[in-house]
Design a protein around this ligand. Structure first.
Ligand code: SAH
Ligand code: SF4
Length: 431
């Protein structure tokens, strides 16, 4: 989401004459777009911002801005803590960013804008100025979240859930495809509830409409909340060939006691049932997930239940995090905090299991042919390689091996014979 928002910042600032530079030292304006979902992300943002102090000393004209969730959460406190920061803008202020920068250029008075009142649809879509775009692009379809999982800060810093107009989304996808995109990832905190509040079309219908865009090869989305995974979405997997053979379905824990305290509103059994439903229409669908270890009160038995679930599902990838207290989130006040030592040990164990399963899954592709959307190339030890992703979201590196193509494969979907499955990628040759 922040990648998408950063793109938007680039677009709104272009009319003022700002263009991206490769080195931060060459910039007249630095925007640190932040995330606060976990403590570590917030710490990283502040440490990067800290580095801007020396830059500003060298170049007093430099404008330093902080945007995103940390800005939303901390507001003007950031100016007190880091007086060299000039602009603080929250998660719904992007439509006003250009005006803020323009004003600051004129009067050099720091601005803080963490207003949450703006609806996402109030932002006028600004046409993409770049002639060409990358093969795979993000498109935000909704913002905010109404779920209030007990550990999560998102609803407090990103606001209530709000969906974009489907016509605007489809138009944005069309524009991207015209400029070279072949794949889009539709983004929201809980895409399955897309459009419900506003009475727009539902998510499966949106998928259907997006899939009708000519020239678009693939559709992905994130994130789908297990509690709302509807029969309509399962039907979309059955009916829409452009929908990739992968779903990211964060389960967070394999223990019902922990899931309840997390307020996730599903049980382990519900989760397994949803997976069965998906597998009924796409038997080889790749599944990935988010996991939290060391949630307050998590016992060894609870953690074992998570390991057990991971094995049972056979995830092909996991993003696992140590639980951290977040401001506003009720779990920050829960008893039974797990020690840092136990969290570290559990995380390592879970990640070891994930590497094992991911490798196992990758090895199972050896000897098969997969469709790869090529997104670039590189040279490894003097050997030219194309790189891309399979529909099941594996990174695939491949050579032309005796089948030299004289054209550029970037943006094409090509068949690749997989020779080797590595822990985190596949290697093969063009078919
Ligand atoms: N809306 C998505 C998740 C967005 S946050 C969903 O509900 O699935 C991304 C991930 O960060 C979450 O899935 C969770 O695993 C992790 N996360 C969120 N809050 C956290 C916290 N307080 N401590 C550790 N991990 C957290
Ligand atoms: Fe956070 Fe839960 Fe909303 Fe995901 S669904 S963003 S975890 S509150």
């Amino acid at each position: 989401m922040n990648v998408y928002d950063s793109e938007m910042f680039k677009k709104v600032l272009r009319p003022l004459g700002y263009i991206p530079v490769d080195e931060v030292e060459d910039a007249d304006l630095v925007i640190v777009n932040t995330c606060t979902v976990r403590k570590k992300a917030e710490e990283k943002a502040f440490s990067f911002l800290g580095r801007m102090r020396a830059l500003k000393k060298k170049n007093p004209e430099l404008i330093v801005a902080i945007g995103g969730c940390v800005a939303q959460q901390e507001g003007s406190a950031i100016l007190r803590r880091m007086p060299y920061v000039d602009l603080v803008f929250g998660t719904r202020a992007y439509a006003r960013l250009a005006a803020m920068v323009e004003k600051f250029e004129y009067d050099r008075i720091p601005v803080v804008d963490v207003e949450m009142t703006m609806g996402i649809t109030d932002a006028t879509p600004i046409p993409e100025l770049d002639a060409e775009v990358e093969v795979s692009r993000f498109v935000t379809i909704m913002r905010g979240c109404d779920n209030f999982c007990s550990y999560c800060i998102v609803p407090y810093v990103r606001g209530r859930e709000e969906s974009r107009d489907p016509d605007a989304i489809v138009q944005e996808v069309r524009d991207l495809v015209e400029r070279g995109a072949r794949e889009v990832t539709l983004l929201g905190q809980n895409v399955n509830s897309y459009g419900k509040k506003e009475g727009l079309c539902d998510f499966p219908e949106l998928l259907r409409r997006v899939s009708e865009v000519e020239g678009l090869a693939r559709i992905r989305f994130a994130t789908s909340h297990p509690k709302d995974l509807s029969p309509g979405l399962v039907a979309a997997y059955r009916d829409l060939p452009k929908l990739c053979n992968h779903i990211h379905l964060p389960v967070q824990s394999g223990s019902n006691a922990v899931l309840k305290k997390m307020k996730r509103k599903y049980t382990r059994e519900d989760y397994m049932q949803r997976i069965e439903n998906l597998k009924a229409v796409r038997p080889d669908i790749a599944l990935t997930s988010d996991m939290i270890v060391g949630f307050p009160g998590e016992t060894e038995a609870d953690f074992d239940a998570t390991l057990d679930l991971v094995r049972e599902v056979g995830f092909s990838g996991i993003f696992a995090f140590k639980y951290s207290d977040r401001p506003h989130a009720p779990a920050a006040k829960f008893e039974g905090k797990v020690s840092e030592e136990d969290k570290t040990r559990r995380l390592a164990k879970l990640l070891d299991l994930e590497t094992e399963l991911s490798e196992k899954r990758n090895i199972s592709y050896a000897g098969t042919t997969v469709e790869v959307l090529v997104d670039g190339h590189k040279e490894v030890k003097g050997v030219f390689q194309w790189t891309g992703r399979s529909s099941c979201n594996r990174v695939v590196n491949f050579t032309e091996a005796g089948k030299p193509t004289d054209g550029n494969l970037v943006g094409k979907v090509v068949p690749v014979y997989i020779e080797t499955g590595l822990p985190h990628s596949l290697r093969g040759v063009l078919r």
